[in-house]
Design a protein around this ligand. Structure first.
Ligand code: FAD
Ligand code: S2G
Ligand code: ZN
Length: 475
C-alpha cells in the first residue's frame, strides 16, 4: 500500500517473532505455515492487483479448533490477522495492509452434510462456490448465488462480503439463504449457530453479525445454507436496446410478462460489451447497440417457458423497446452470453488503472452517474462504463485511466460518493467496504449507526486484531 495512494499508519500490533512461527508449527503441520517470500507473495496481492500487503506469514488451518487456537494466541500476543478466502474481493479487504498474518481458509473445504429434501447444505467456509454448485446440481439443487468469481471465491468469503451476484433478483441475498453460521471470535471462542432449521427464533439472530462484516467481527468456519431446486427449464435472452429509459420499461414488462420465472436481469452499456468482446476476443451473438440487456429465466416447464419468452420478445420488438435480440436454451450459447457479461471486469484490467465503483441507486437514476463522470473526467479517462444488476438497483461503474494519478483520484472521490448520497443510494452495493472505502462509509450510514458498529467491534474484538484498517473508519 504505497503511502502516496493511501494515508494509513501501522497500528501498534505485535510483530511476528521466530517463537511465534515455532508455536504455529506445533498447532499446524509445518507445510501449513508459510514464511518463504515466494509462498506468501500471492496472498499479499488482491485480484485487481492494486492493493499489496507485506505479510510474512500465511497460516492454513484445517479445522475450527485450529482457527480457535490460532486466534486465541494472536489475541494474547496482539498479532493482527487478515482472513482470506478466494481472494477475489474488489475492495482491498482480503489482503493485509502491513504485516498482518494471513489466515487462509483454502484447506477448510469439506462438505459436512446435505439434505436433498430440505435443501440444507452444511459445509466448511473454504469450499469454492463452483464446487458447491456442481455438487448440489448433481442432487437437483443449485447454490442460491452465482457470480463471475465462482471458480475461485469461497462460500465463507461470499458470506463475509454478503455477496450479491447475478441471481439475487430471484433467490434473494445471503441474509435470507444462510440458515446458520459457525464462527470464531478474536479470543478464540467458537460461536456455533450452525442450525439448518428454516425457523429458529430463540434470542438474537447472531449469524447476521458475521454476514457482510468482512472478517472484522469473527471468522466464519462453517456455513449452513438453503439451496433452491435446480430449474428444469433455463433460457437466456440477450437484447440490443436504444436508450437507458427503455431498459427500465423492459424490466417492468419482464417482471409482469415473465413473472415468477425471471431469474436475472442485467444491463451493460455499449462500451462494456464492445471492449469485453474486443479485449478478450469473446463472441457477441448480436451486433452493436447503445445498450444491452441480459435476461434469464428459471422455470419447471420448457414448453411453457419458451412460449412465454418468445411472446415477450415479439411484443417488445413490436413496441420498439428491443431493437434486436436472441433467446436460447442451448447451454453453450447461454454460456457464451454469460461469458460476455461476467468478464467485463477482467476486460477492463488490461487497459490501465481502474477506479471501481459498485453503487446502489434508485432505478430512475441507475445510469445517471455514467454520463456525469464521462463529462467530469473528459479526456483524462480512457473509458467510463456501466453495467450490473438492474433488478437490485446496483450498477458497477468503472473508470479507466492510463496510469494512476492523485489528480484523477481527487476528481472522482469523494465526488462520486457525494452524488450517490444526494440520490440516497449506497456507496457500496455488494462488494463491501474493505480497505478502500471506510473513509466514505459516512455517505451511507449516519453517526449513530457508525457508533453502534464501533461498539460492536469493541465488544467482539477489543484488541482490534481481526482484519484491521478495514470496513470501519479509524476513530
Ligand atoms: P476474499 O476476497 O478472500 O475475502 C473477502 C472479504 O471477506 C475480506 O475482507 C476477507 O478478509 C473476508 N473473509 C474471507 N473469508 C472469510 C472467512 N471465512 N471468515 C471471515 N472473513 C472472511 N461480488 C458480488 O457481490 N457480486 C458479484 O457479482 C461479483 N462478481 C465478481 C466477479 C469477478 C470476476 C470478481 C473477481 C469478483 C466479483 N465479486 C462479486 C467480488 C468477490 O468475488 C466477492 O466479494 C466474493 O464474495 C469474495 O469471496 P472470496 O472467497 O474471494 O473472499
Ligand atoms: C459484477 C464484479 C466485477 C466488477 O460483474 O457483477 O460485481 O466488475 C461485479 O466489479
Ligand atoms: Zn456485481
Amino acid at each position: 500500500f504505497s503511502s502516496e495512494k493511501y494515508k494509513v499508519k501501522r497500528k501498534p500490533f505485535g510483530t511476528i517473532e521466530a517463537s511465534d512461527v515455532d508455536y504455529f508449527k506445533t498447532v499446524l503441520s509445518e507445510d501449513r505455515v508459510l514464511t518463504d517470500d515466494n509462498d506468501v507473495l500471492p496472498f499479499n496481492i488482491d485480484w485487481i492487483k492494486n492493493c499489496r500487503g507485506q505479510s510474512k506469514l500465511v497460516l492454513k488451518p484445517k479445522t475450527t479448533q485450529e482457527v480457535s487456537t490460532i486466534l486465541k494466541y494472536c489475541n494474547q500476543k496482539r498479532l493482527a490477522v487478515c482472513p482470506q478466502g478466494g481472494n477475489t474481493g474488489l475492495v482491498g479487504g482480503s489482503v493485509p495492509v502491513f504485516d498482518e498474518i494471513v489466515l487462509s481458509f483454502m484447506l477448510m473445504n469439506k462438505i459436512i452434510s446435505f439434505d436433498e429434501i430440505s435443501g440444507a447444505l452444511i459445509c466448511e467456509a473454504g469450499c469454492i462456490l463452483e464446487n458447491l454448485d456442481n455438487y448440489v446440481r448433481e442432487r437437483n439443487l443449485i447454490m442460491p448465488l452465482d457470480l463471475g468469481a465462482k471458480g475461485s471465491c469461497h462460500i465463507g468469503g461470499n458470506i463475509s462480503t454478503n455477496a450479491g451476484g447475478l441471481r439475487l433478483l430471484r433467490y434473494g441475498n445471503l441474509h435470507g439463504s444462510v440458515l446458520g453460521v459457525e464462527a470464531v471470535k478474536a479470543d478464540g471462542t467458537v460461536i456455533d449457530c450452525l442450525k439448518s432449521l428454516k425457523k429458529d427464533n430463540t434470542g438474537y439472530h447472531l449469524k447476521h453479525l458475521f454476514i457482510g462484516s468482512e472478517g472484522t467481527l469473527g471468522l466464519v468456519t462453517k456455513v449452513a445454507i438453503h439451496c433452491p431446486a435446480l430449474p428444469k427449464a433455463v433460457s437466456v435472452g440477450f437484447f440490443g436496446v436504444e436508450k437507458f429509459e427503455d431498459i427500465l420499461r423492459l424490466y417492468a414488462n419482464a417482471k409482469s410478462s415473465l413473472g415468477e420465472i425471471l431469474s436475472a436481469f442485467e444491463m451493460a452499456d455499449n462500451d462494456s460489451i464492445s471492449s469485453t468482446a474486443k479485449n478478450l476476443k469473446l463472441p457477441n451473438p448480436i451486433s452493436d447497440y447503445p445498450f444491452y440487456v441480459l435476461l434469464e429465466t428459471h422455470g419447471s416447464d420448457e414448453a411453457h417457458d419458451s412460449e412465454k419468452l418468445t411472446r415477450f420478445l415479439e411484443k417488445e420488438m413490436e413496441s420498439g423497446l428491443i431493437l434486436d435480440g436472441t433467446v436460447t436454451s442451448d447451454p453453450a450459447k447461454m454460456q457464451t452470453i454469460w461469458n460476455l457479461r461476467e468478464n467485463i471486469a477482467a476486460a477492463g484490467l488490461v487497459e490501465g488503472y481502474m477506479f471501481k465503483y459498485d453503487v446502489s441507486l434508485p432505478l430512475r437514476n441507475y445510469y445517471s452517474l455514467v454520463p456525469l463522470l464521462r463529462q467530469r473526467l473528459g479526456a483524462k479517462a480512457s473509458r467510463v462504463y456501466g453495467y450490473g444488476h438492474v433488478g437490485d438497483g446496483n450498477i458497477h461503474i468503472n473508470v479507466i485511466v492510463p496510469k494512476y494519478s492523485p489528480e484523477a483520484s481527487s476528481m472522482l472521490e469523494p465526488y462520486i460518493f457525494e452524488e450517490v448520497a444526494k440520490l440516497k443510494g449506497s456507496i457500496s452495493a455488494e462488494h463491501g467496504v474493505g480497505f478502500r472505502k471506510p473513509q466514505f462509509i459516512h455517505y451511507s450510514k449516519d453517526a449513530n449507526a457508525l457508533q453502534l458498529m464501533q461498539q460492536l467491534k469493541q465488544l467482539m474484538d477489543p484488541n482490534g486484531i481481526l482484519n484491521p484498517y478495514k470496513v470501519l473508519p479509524e476513530i
